[in-house]
Design a protein around this ligand. Structure first.
Ligand code: 13P
Length: 252
């Protein structure tokens, strides 16, 4: 089964609407000739409407960075799936390690959120990964097994291939320390095997991204790995030029 690579830029809490407009005007011409790779930018809520409007008709899709599982309710400060999908938001990052570590995101909440995103027609990018301490303690497999099991528990087998998984070793996020190709391939093949334990056919279709200090100069090597189906890019996605270079590196 061929899996279309996905290059997703996670802006995190960067860019006002005005800055986002400048960015998208710079990005669109740089990726207009690209074929065979899906491109997404995951932007702050306040930038969603402007980015959806500006990217309409292009190959760039606009994703959010978080979502509540309830459609509406007394949840101050939260945003729901219907609110996102009505804006034509195509996907959402769920369970980023920053949300887990800084904002109390739990596996229990993620087990609710992932199927809700799918039901709303959005692509969930579920983030998983180990801390440096867990890697040093040989706990990487245990952590990944637990996150994949718990966070995807309520996703039926026939929808598993519609979930994008991002393997983001926490020690490689924003540190400039990138996983070695061997580490990335090993962890991502392990994640694919875990999905395969649920549904072997789905595992062949599930896109699994690498995230953590992906830059234009290391992207090609990571993206060439057998099980790596794209990248979730933080810092290097904030400049249209470097993000476009990573998109070009993913082009088959
Ligand atoms: P960096 O690319 O800045 O390391 O961030 C990775 C990340 O967290 C993407 O979600």
């Amino acid at each position: 089964m061929t899996r279309t690579p996905l290059i997703a830029g996670n802006w995190k809490m960067y860019k006002t609407e005005r800055q986002a407009e400048e960015y998208i005007q710079a990005l669109l011409p740089r990726v207009s000739a690209v074929n065979g790779v899906d491109v997404a930018i995951c932007v702050p809520f306040t930038d969603l409407r402007a980015m959806v409007d500006s990217a309409r008709g292009s190959r760039v899709e606009v994703y959010a960075q978080n979502m509540h599982h309830e459609p509406e309710g007394p949840f101050t400060g939260e945003v729901s799936a219907p609110m996102l999908s009505e804006l034509d938001v195509r996907g959402v990052v769920l369970g980023h390690s920053e949300r887990r570590a800084l904002f109390g995101e739990t596996d229990k909440a993620l087990a609710l959120k992932v199927p809700v995103a799918l039901a709303a027609g959005m692509v969930p990018i579920l983030c998983v990964g180990e801390t440096e301490e867990e890697r040093d303690g040989d706990e990487t497999d245990r952590k990944l097994r637990q996150q994949i099991r718990d966070d995807l528990a309520a996703v039926p087998g026939e929808r598993l291939a519609d979930v994008v998984i991002a393997y983001e070793p926490i020690w490689a996020i924003g540190t400039g320390r990138v996983a070695s190709p061997e580490q990335a391939q090993e962890a991502i093949a392990f994640i694919r095997a875990l999905v395969g334990d649920r549904d072997s056919e789905a595992a062949q279709g599930t896109r699994i991204l690498y995230g953590g200090s992906v830059k234009p100069d290391n992207a090609a090597e990571l993206l060439a790995l057998a099980d790596v189906d794209g990248a979730l890019v933080g810092g290097a996605s904030l400049q249209a030029e470097s993000f476009a270079q990573i998109v070009a590196a993913a082009t088959p």
